[in-house]
Write a protein that binds this ligand. Structure first.
Ligand code: IPE
Ligand code: IPE
Ligand code: MG
Length: 252
């Protein structure tokens, strides 16, 4: 992962874990078997992120649009969240991983919301990798909740409309305390964002692989990191400027 003798790693990796259903279909298994098999890849990507010293890993587990799936699949996915949240906490603790859930969790059952809160509380003191699970998350939802909050301040007279800045909007979005994603990975062959982090990925490097999520192993993850390392991030500048500036890693 070296370019010109310099190893450049992303601070924040965001992954759209896609292709579980097709992985299962390929094996004549029900779609749910693919979701279950995907848990192993979650573990691997967490372990690899810890190993490489990446600061933040965000995994897209359930989009705000995934409620449109057959009710049976949705309910099996919820069961899987419940089990995984409980089972994985020990491992996260061992790896010093802090778990955070992003998205509108009010749509989940009381029990699941409680388990999410417990898992977060149990890992809150860990200061290694921050693992964000995006559940009932949508990039548009994120922007809407930020706008609502700012509009409330305008309504109450504590903010005037012309004071609204990019930084102010950023501050109202989910994970505003963390860096924007540097590397976006999507497995499963589709080349689209599917309403993931819209605002935050303005300058994210995009990497797509045909591998289905359950097949995404440590070597596949390292290939994505190597791709990132080979990119020249220009943030609107010229290539020459960026070289002089010694490869700026982020715009903030
Ligand atoms: C991604 O895999 C997992 C979720 C969206 C929950 P899919 O279930 O979308 O798998 P494909 O795209 O149908 O293969
Ligand atoms: C994106 O995958 C959401 C998650 C991986 C959670 P989808 O399978 O839902 O995306 P589309 O529908 O193919 O765009
Ligand atoms: Mg899919």
């Amino acid at each position: 992962m070296e370019v010109d003798g310099v190893t450049r790693l992303p601070r924040h990796v965001a992954i759209v874990m896609d292709g579980n259903g097709r992985w299962a279909k390929q094996r004549n298994l029900p779609r749910h078997a693919g979701h279950k098999a995907g848990v192993k890849s979650v573990r691997t990507s967490v372990e690899q992120s810890v190993k490489h010293g990446i600061e933040v890993l965000t995994l897209f587990a359930f989009s705000s649009e995934n409620w449109k799936r057959p009710q049976k699949e949705v309910s099996l996915l919820m069961d899987l969240f419940m089990v995984a949240l409980q089972r994985e906490v020990k491992r996260l603790k061992r790896n010093n991983v802090q778990l955070r859930i992003i998205g509108d969790r009010t749509a989940f059952s009381e029990k699941l919301q409680q388990r999410m809160a417990t898992a977060e509380a149990d890992t809150a003191d860990n200061d290694g990798l921050v693992l964000q699970i995006a559940a009932n998350y949508g990039g548009r939802w994120d922007i809407v909740q930020a706008v609502r909050h700012l509009a409330g301040k305008v309504e109450s007279g504590t903010l005037s409309a012309d004071q609204i800045s990019e930084a102010m909007i950023s501050d109202e979005l989910s994970f505003s305390d963390l860096p924007d994603p540097d590397l976006f990975i999507r497995t499963g062959g589709e080349q689209r964002i599917s309403n993931f982090m819209l605002w935050q990925s303005a300058y994210t490097e995009l990497y797509f692989t045909d591998a289905y999520w359950p097949d995404f192993d440590a070597a596949a993850y390292d290939t994505a990191l190597a791709y990132f390392s080979s990119r020249q991030r220009r943030f609107g500048m010229t290539g020459e400027q960026v070289q002089v500036n010694n490869h700026p890693e982020s715009i903030d």
